[in-house]
Write a new protein. Structure first.
Length: 79
């Protein structure tokens, strides 16, 4: 999967291993994600001294793509 990260003072789209889907959870294909100037800019600044990337973004909106939860159908919108 791809994810947005603060990496050594730069914002980048990085490949990241996809986590396992635990029972009762839903995988959502993100269409939009909020990135705030306050929180993420602070993480970006701190990333200058880190060796590992800090993955950012929240308030995601997307569509369910895989389920381990019987109450939600694939393709359902979620926010």
């Amino acid at each position: 999967m791809r994810a947005i990260a603060a990496n050594q003072g730069v914002i980048a789209v990085l490949d990241k291993a996809e986590p396992a889907l635990p029972a009762g959870h839903v995988k959502v294909k993100t269409m939009y994600s909020g990135i705030s100037a306050g929180t993420e800019l602070g993480i970006l600044e701190k990333s200058r001294t880190r060796t590992e990337p800090a993955f950012i973004g929240y308030s995601a909106m997307g569509s369910s793509s895989r389920l381990a939860n019987k109450r939600i159908r694939p393709g359902s919108d979620s926010a």
